[in-house]
Design a protein around this ligand. Structure first.
Ligand SMILES: C[S@@+](CC[C@H](N)C(=O)[O-])C[C@H]1O[C@@H](n2cnc3c(N)ncnc32)[C@H](O)[C@@H]1O
Length: 262
């Protein structure tokens, strides 16, 4: 099962919509990983550097390499982390442009369901991490309804419009992550469900933020103006609001971590 493809070509638009969500889940993920400062990291599918930035805030790496195929995202990552011991390079999770055993930790933050071959993606992270190092990931629980855009996708489906989403949503189920990590020979595997909430100032804030983000922007471009108006009206009617008109949305990610065998 896969939705309309999502294009990541604008780091700033990503930041307002998905970068904000990424940071909320990423904070809990880093607390759970509890890494020491001074490690060497590879951030696979680093995008606009949302997760790399959190690492420098929380447990500054001695060196970080971010890899992503999108130049628009990489440019934003380079500008936000200029001056740090970080480099952001164009590349693919399927063939990381790095030697074997060259990092202490590898992570995929909201990426495992975008790569064409998730087992190969995990194998590549294991290849570039030193024995005893960490391989970790978190991803929205797509099959379990944890995607932050699920309220929008529900209304799109009701209108007969294929919703945007990653090409391999099934890879984010907890059971699938467990199989991916254990089949790659990773040891001491642990998992965690991460629930986060984001409160929008009102319906317009919710709509304006989402309509600019990766996914809905491209879906909206393919919809007729009346259809888009209908989507907006349905969401305005269905999203619960508090007395002040604020819209609270929840999302849930599945996280996994483990050690590369010595
Ligand atoms: C949802 S974004 C996550 C970005 C960032 N890690 C974060 O936490 O905000 C998914 C990223 O995966 C990247 N991506 C898609 N296919 C990829 C591949 N084959 N290899 C590496 N990255 C990929 C996209 O360009 C995009 O930046």
């Amino acid at each position: 099962m896969s939705g309309q493809s999502v294009r990541f070509d604008d780091g700033a638009a990503y930041e307002d919509m998905m970068g904000n969500w990424s940071r909320r889940a990423g904070e809990t993920f880093i607390d759970w990983l509890a890494p020491r400062a001074g490690m060497e990291w590879i951030d696979v599918g680093c995008g606009n550097g949302a997760f790399s930035h959190l690492l420098f805030d929380r447990c500054p790496p001695a060196r970080l390499v971010g890899v992503d195929p999108s130049e628009g995202q990489l440019a934003y990552a380079r500008s936000r982390l200029g001056g740090k011991p970080a480099s952001f390079v164009a590349g693919d999770a399927m063939a990381l442009p790095c030697p074997d055993r060259s990092f202490d930790a590898a992570t995929m933050a909201l990426v495992i369901f975008f790569v064409p071959d998730p087992p190969k993606g995990v194998a590549e992270m294991v290849r570039v991490v030193r024995p005893g190092g960490e391989v970790a990931s978190y991803a929205w629980d797509m099959p379990g309804g944890g995607f932050p855009m699920e309220p929008i996708n529900r209304e799109l489906r009701a209108l007969g419009v294929p919703p945007p989403g990653p090409p391999r949503p099934e890879a984010s189920a907890m059971g699938a992550l467990n199989s991916l990590w254990s089949n790659a020979g990773v040891e001491a595997i642990e998992t965690k469900a991460i629930t986060v909430e984001r409160v929008f100032a009102g319906f317009d804030d919710f709509w304006d933020t989402n309509i600019k983000g990766p996914g809905l922007k491209q879906t909206a471009e393919r919809m007729s103006p009346p259809m888009l108006d209908e989507l907006r009206a349905r969401l305005r009617a269905s999203l619960p609001r508090d007395a002040a008109g604020r819209v609270a949305c929840q999302a849930r990610a599945n996280a996994i971590k483990g050690r590369v065998a010595a």
